[in-house]
Design a protein around this ligand. Structure first.
Ligand code: ASP
Ligand code: MG
Length: 404
């Protein structure tokens, strides 16, 4: 008998009808002769409203109590899903993260899994139960409830699949799989049959958020092959797996866009050792997450340092850098808003030349100006005007023949 782990996200369990739909799908899987472990998220919107509730009673809720609160979202879903399956005449049982054996470190609200020994889970499976596990939650060694960061049910599913050595891990969501680009932006975007772990990670960090990044990292580390597919139809999804030779024949796997970016420039800083360190130490001390960094060529002994970040981080910038700018005798702190990031991703970039040129050419023909460029082994990203992101995504998607 093979063992399948299925994860259903918040939208897939968003109301009682949908929970019954999940119950039917799970039973179908068991009827095909498989052992089934189901990991569920909180019903859509529940985690957000719990966070809102907390803020209404306290401006600074303790993280320990946040975890106790947030874990209730998934706990509701496991009970309802188990009840739905039982009402359809099959045997299901719910397990919290702790009962499933998920042990984490003590970093509340973004804990890391440190151990997973699914003793109860294996026992119930052996007795023929469908096991319904609460995603997103775990427990420290000293029995404090923890959560695994937003989107953490994905991580629960991947980690359980690794621990029980599942034959198949399926991530059910509200989209058909991973696309060459967001179909709402590029209507001709195509669903990918397969994608490598690294490409999936780059897509996630470039704005195409289908899954929690940490869960993809975990899957890569432990070699857990998984499929992303829809819970609303029976279409095959996208297989995410280790890179294969044939994947390199495709130059670009996908195009990602990320809105809401901003660019900060420290103008005319003296070009000598330690200046960049001063700037970015101050940025880091203020817990500001940045993305691209560019330092220009020095002309008159001074240089400009620019970096991009999410627009939401901007309010922290003045406080973080105001003083530093004076201390290093830079000319000014400039902020440019209304920009976005357009990225192309593909393992084929390693072995093909002229990829960046082709991207830039497509953008130039559309009259789109490039503000900044950054590259990695399997990604080329540009910063452009936010209002041109959709057009840019379409022309670049077209240039690489991704609709075919
Ligand atoms: N319910 C949690 C969240 O909304 C975890 C998850 O859905 O994966 O982030
Ligand atoms: Mg989710």
């Amino acid at each position: 008998m093979s063992l399948i782990v299925q994860k259903y996200g918040g939208t897939s369990v968003g109301n009682p009808e949908r929970i019954k739909n999940v119950a039917r799908r799970v039973i179908e899987t068991q009827d095909q002769g498989h052992g089934v472990v189901v990991v569920v998220s909180a019903m859509s919107g529940v985690t957000d409203s719990l966070i809102k509730l907390a803020r209404e009673v306290s401006p600074t809720p303790e993280e320990r109590e946040m975890d106790v609160l947030l874990a209730t979202g998934e706990q509701t879903t496991i009970a309802l899903t188990a009840m739905a399956i039982n009402a359809m005449g099959k045997k299901a049982i719910s397990l919290t993260g702790a009962q499933a054996g998920i042990v984490t470190d003590g970093v509340h609200t973004r804990a890391k899994i440190s151990d997973l020994t699914p003793k109860q889970l294996k026992q119930y499976l052996a007795e023929g139960y469908i096991c319904i596990v609460a995603g997103f939650q775990g427990q420290t060694k000293d029995q404090r409830i923890t959560t695994l960061g937003r989107g953490g049910s994905d991580l629960t599913a991947i980690a359980i699949a690794a621990a029980v050595k599942a034959d198949l891990c399926q991530i059910f969501t509200d989209v058909d799989g991973v696309y060459t680009c967001d179909p709402r932006v590029v209507p001709t975007a195509k669903k990918l049959d397969e994608i490598s772990f690294d490409e999936m990670l780059e897509m996630a960090s470039s704005g195409s958020k289908v899954m929690q990044s940490r869960s993809v990292e975990f899957a890569k580390k432990f070699g857990v092959v998984f499929e992303v597919r829809s819970s609303f139809n029976h279409n095959p999804g996208t297989i995410v797996k280790e890179e294969t030779k044939s994947m390199e024949t495709v130059v670009v796997r996908g195009v990602s866009i990320e809105k809401n970016q901003a660019k900060v420039t420290v103008r005319a800083v003296p070009d000598h050792p330690g200046v960049a360190a001063r700037v970015f130490t101050a940025v880091a001390a203020a817990n500001i997450i940045i993305d691209m960094i560019v330092q220009n060529v020095s002309h008159d002994g001074t240089t400009d340092i620019s970096f991009t970040l999410n627009r939401d981080e901007l309010p922290k910038i003045e406080a973080a850098l105001g003083l530093v700018v004076k201390e290093i005798a830079a000319k000014a702190l400039e902020i440019q808003d209304g920009i976005g990031k357009l990225s192309i991703i593909g393992v084929g970039m390693r072995s093909h030349s002229g990829v960046a040129a082709k991207m830039f050419e497509a953008l130039s023909q559309a009259g789109i100006n490039i503000v900044m460029i950054s590259t990695s082994e399997i990604k080329t990203a540009v910063i452009i005007e936010e209002s041109k992101l959709a057009q840019g995504a379409n022309v670049v998607h077209e240039a690489f023949g991704l609709s075919k």
